[in-house]
Structures are given as C-alpha cells and as structure tokens.
Design a protein around this ligand. Structure first.
Ligand code: THU
Length: 146
C-alpha cells in the first residue's frame, strides 16, 4: 500500500468518525448538527460535536470540542481535522469552520495543518490552515510556551 493510499484511508476513517459524531450533537436551538474528528500527530483520534446552550454564549463548536478533549488529555500536536455538518444532521453542503475555531487551531497547529471539509467519505476537499486563516495572530507573538 503506498503512502497516498494510506493517507486517503486515514482521511476516510476521520470522515467516518466525524459523521458518527453527528448523533451526539446537542443543537436544540439551531438544529444545525456538526461533527468533527481530530487526528493527533501520534495517530490518535478525538471526536467532537457541537454543544449548544439556552444562554447561547456558552455554546461550543464541534471542532473546539475535539480540540479541548485532546488538549485536556495531553495532546499538543495535530495533523488534520475532518468536519461535517448540516441542518438536522443531514449533510447537503460543506461545513467550514467558524473564525473562533480557526483561531483555536492556530494556537496548536502549524500552517500546514489540514482541514478536511466533507460531504461523505467519497466527497471531500483538503484545505490548509494557512489558507483559511491568513495573516493570523498566534502564540509566538506573545512568546507563549505551548
Ligand atoms: N458550528 C460548529 O459546530 N462548527 C462550526 O465551525 C460552525 C458552527 C455549530 C455552532 C452551533 O451549534 C451551530 O453550528 C449553528 O451555528
């Protein structure tokens, strides 16, 4: 099996997990379900779903749920994230990450971190963080220790 086949399989595995996360989405206010699957540099994978709140502000996106689960278990290096979403959990369009989630990715990921937007295991596109968040502000500006 060549490297590209392995990468493709890994991406399909991530998309599969992201789709399964849709069933955990707690979105009674928007009705918009989002699922994410985050691959760490060591190959481990964390799923995440969006979690809304009656007070709206405390709501959390699927991508950040996945990141916070991973970081809270000691992970600091990441390879890629797959994202799916749609009204009532039906995926009809690609679901791009919101600006806040892009900034959270910027905290922990390099410019070549891959963001996979998927409609299914067969229909997906890969973007790089540097393209989705150009001219960004990051930890090195504050000399932050990660
Ligand atoms: N949402 C995500 O989970 N990820 C995104 O990047 C876009 C938006 C969620 C937040 C909210 O629960 C619902 O989608 C509608 O905005």
């Amino acid at each position: 099996m060549n490297c590209r086949t392995e990468e493709k399989q890994k991406i399909e595995e991530l998309i599969d997990l992201a789709i399964r996360q849709l069933s955990f989405s707690y979105a009674p206010y928007s009705g918009f379900f989002v699922g994410a699957a985050l691959e760490c540099a060591d190959g481990t994978i964390y799923g995440g779903c969006n979690i809304e709140n009656a007070s709206f502000g405390p709501s959390n996106c699927a991508e950040r749920t996945a990141f916070f689960k991973a970081v809270s278990e000691g992970k600091r290096q990441f390879r890629r994230i797959a994202i799916v979403g749609g009204k009532d959990g039906k995926i009809t369009e690609y679901c791009a990450p919101c600006g806040v989630c892009r900034q959270v990715m910027r905290e922990f990921c390099g410019p070549d971190f891959e963001i996979i937007l998927a409609k299914s295991k067969k229909e997906w596109n890969v973007y790089l963080l540097k393209d989705l968040l150009p001219e960004s502000f990051g930890p090195e500006m504050l000399d932050g220790k990660k």
